[in-house]
Design a protein around this ligand. Structure first.
Ligand SMILES: Nc1ncnc2c1ncn2[C@@H]1O[C@H](COP(=O)(O)OP(=O)(O)OP(=O)(O)O)[C@@H](O)[C@H]1O
Ligand SMILES: [Mg+2]
Length: 357
């Protein structure tokens, strides 16, 4: 096991700044998820930590040892990829044992560890099959077993579940998480799936354009997104955003714009702002700390146990509310919704950063 420290890491491919100054510390035994959209630099970061990619600038440490320029084989890492990179011509047991074979372990040692890893991944019955005789999920288990057989200091996973069907993905999510806890292996896990990130990571680092936008526990990222990108990327349906201005009426302060007027407690000292409110923080019933708005229903979606209401504010801006339960509204119907005033978010449109009020 090891702690990992990444310092001002940059990786340029010609003009493309795939990594543009990454700073990240990962504790010994911690499970950190790098979450970001396609092209944000996840794979590049993983390849840089593994040594497959030579970095342009910056340093990487495992514990206190700098490993920035060490070849992959000397880093004590293992990787699992999206595509099940297992050897088609080798039986499962030989696939799992392969990393030990090339390190020169004895047959007995290999056999023992293969059985151990297969047991952990629940594939002991499959050891004499070839990969072609396995399902996608089983193949991915083989890849994970092979990755842990040498008990690496750091486990790197690049979207390992994206090729699996939805049900299997949910199952594997908890299995990988449990396995990681059991082994205590420091893990960096790349994904573009926010649910995967929120459920698996001890901490989540949200990435965009080669930069980390915010690092924190799932609840911090959800409740206090550091900027507009993070606020919009986490949450489903997406947060509603409005362009507003601060207005004062006597001793009272409001933000107002696009048909909304919401009281705020503290002067953000910025004239123009972006107001954010999550669909799940808009209610159908009046509650403590809510403010009433009247909207015109535009479109309804029934999503499992929720009703997603798309409606128009006075002035025509759209608002989306996620209402628990099954509700019938007609297009064009005027209804009242209640915005939770305590759960609004404000951002500075210039810097896009969160304003704490
Ligand atoms: N070998 C390369 N040569 C040139 N550009 C590259 C190379 N590898 C990656 N890039 C670019 O670097 C950026 C980051 O790519 P990367 O593969 O790390 O993204 P990603 O977050 O893993 O995306 P995805 O979710 O689609 O896998 C992209 O703009 C990509 O086009
Ligand atoms: Mg990738």
């Amino acid at each position: 096991m090891a702690k990992v420290k990444i310092e001002n890491l940059k990786k340029y491919f010609g003009k493309v700044k795939a990594l543009n100054g990454i700073d990240l510390e990962i504790g010994d035994g911690e499970f950190v998820v790098l979450l970001g959209p396609s092209g944000c630099g996840k794979t590049t970061l993983l390849r840089s930590v593994s040594g497959l990619e030579k970095v342009t600038e910056g340093r990487i440490f495992f514990d206190d040892k700098e490993i920035t320029n060490l070849p992959p084989k000397d880093r004590n890492i293992s990787m699992v990829f999206q595509s099940y990179a297992v050897w088609p011509h080798m039986k499962v047991r030989d696939n799992i044992g392969y990393p030990m074979k090339i390190k020169g372990f004895s047959k007995e040692e290999i056999e023992k560890k293969v059985l151990w890893a297969a047991e952990l991944l629940n594939i002991s019955e499959l050891l004499d099959r070839y990969p072609a005789q396995l399902s996608g999920g089983q193949r991915q288990r083989v890849a994970v077993a092979r990755a842990i057989v040498l008990e690496p200091a750091v486990l790197l996973m690049d979207e390992p579940l994206s090729n699996l069907d939805a049900l299997l993905r949910v199952k594997m999510r908890s299995e990988i998480k449990k396995l990681q806890e059991r082994l205590g292996v420091t893990t960096i896990y790349m994904t573009h799936d926010q649910v995967e990130a929120m459920t698996m990571g001890d901490r989540i680092a949200v990435m965009l354009s080669g930069r980390i936008q915010q690092v924190g526990k799932a609840s911090e990222i959800y409740h206090k997104p550091a900027n507009i990108f993070v606020a919009g990327f986490i949450g489903s349906p997406q947060m509603n955003f409005y362009k507003v201005k601060t207005v004062s009426e006597g001793a009272n302060l409001f933000v107002e714009g696009e048909g909304l007027k919401v009281p705020i407690k503290k002067d953000p000292n910025v004239d123009k702002l972006v107001l954010g409110i999550r669909p799940e923080h808009i209610y159908l019933e009046k509650e403590e700390n809510t403010m009433e708005i009247e909207v015109e229903v535009y479109f309804i979606e029934k999503l499992m146990s929720d009703t997603i209401v798309h409606a128009n504010l006075d002035g025509g801006s759209r608002i989306v509310a996620k209402i628990p339960g099954d509700h019938e509204f007609k297009e064009g119907e005027k209804i009242k919704l209640y915005i939770d005033k305590e759960r609004i978010h404000l951002f500075d449109p210039k810097t896009e950063r969160r304003l704490d009020i």
